[in-house]
Unconditional design. Structure first.
Length: 302
């Protein structure tokens, strides 16, 4: 029996297919050897980048006295979350509701204004379209701090300081040139025959925008919505400039309230509320990951 098996396997070891199998196995091994160290390097960098987040998460369940004492025998506790949620004059839940309202309003403003501006630059023909588009793109190079003083003077003279209007109103005026450019590039990749077909059916420019172009721009719209939410949620400077009442504070300003220049900062509550403030951003990435990747990829290809 053994002799028969060896006689059957001999052609497989010496035939032409055996050489091809060895070549395929060699190429697979070489590929694994060349890419394996890259994967290990990426994993190492990933662990380094995520370490501060993991440390903050673990320290949020440690008593405030033992946070910076690695030799202390720490026990699991929820005291930091309970204290951080209600230790200030305003509960931290109010800060999160304020940030959510501002973020959703800014998303609506950017989607309405940037899509309309992008449609005009990408699909309509009018005088000075090129110079106006170049002027808009040049605002990307203009630092935000250059315009903040004139803006503050305008809003102060209008009596709008300590309201959410200075945070929301500019978004309805297409001031985010990056998102306008993103949508312009996406719309330019759509066939112009769609506009011609809509015109034959009797659609005007706005109806063409609403019924034809806008539904096809969902990937770019998703990217705009996600980045607007994250940037608005994490914005600290603008609310610090315009908001004075604690009842109107956003999450970043609420977190700063746990810090004290005299050295009596409540770091346990600060870490706990920082973890809670990351939950909305995490869920946005979790549920919008496919749209975000698709929008970036298709915009880049177009």
């Amino acid at each position: 029996m053994r002799a028969e098996l060896e006689a059957t396997a001999a052609p497989l070891r010496t035939g032409p297919d055996h050489g091809r199998r060895r070549s395929v196995l060699y190429q697979a091994g070489a590929w694994m050897a060349s890419s394996g160290w890259k994967h290990l390097l990426l994993i190492a960098f990933g662990l380094i980048m995520i370490y501060p987040l993991v440390w903050m998460l673990t320290r949020s369940f440690v008593s405030n006295a033992d946070i910076f004492n690695p030799d202390a025998a720490s026990t699991f506790t929820l005291e930091n979350y309970i204290t951080g949620w209600s230790s200030l004059r305003v509960t931290f839940g109010r800060f999160m509701l304020n940030s959510m309202f501002v973020a959703l309003a800014c998303i609506a403003g950017n989607l309405i204004s940037c899509t309309l501006a992008a449609y005009a630059f990408a699909r309509l023909q009018f005088k000075l379209r090129g110079p106006l588009f170049g002027l808009m793109m040049s605002t990307i190079m203009l630092p935000f701090h250059v315009t903040i003083v004139p803006q503050y003077i305008i809003f102060h003279q209008l009596g709008l300081v300590d309201t959410y209007v200075p945070l929301i109103l500019p978004k309805f005026l297409a001031v985010e040139a990056f998102f306008v450019f993103l949508m312009v590039q996406f719309m330019r990749g759509l066939p112009t025959t769609l506009d011609d077909a809509a015109a034959i059916d009797g659609c005007g420019p706005f109806r063409t925008f609403w019924s034809v172009i806008l539904p096809l721009c969902m990937p770019a719209i998703g990217v705009t919505a996600v980045f607007t939410f994250i940037w608005t949620w994490n914005d600290f400077f603008t609310p610090l400039l315009y908001l004075n009442s604690p009842d109107m504070y956003t999450v970043p300003m609420g977190l700063s309230a746990f810090q004290d220049s005299t050295g009596l900062s409540n770091y346990g509550a600060l870490f706990a509320m920082s973890v809670l403030s990351l939950v909305p951003v995490f869920f946005v990435f979790l549920f919008a990951q496919k749209t975000l990747v698709q929008g970036i990829a298709t915009t880049g290809l177009k």
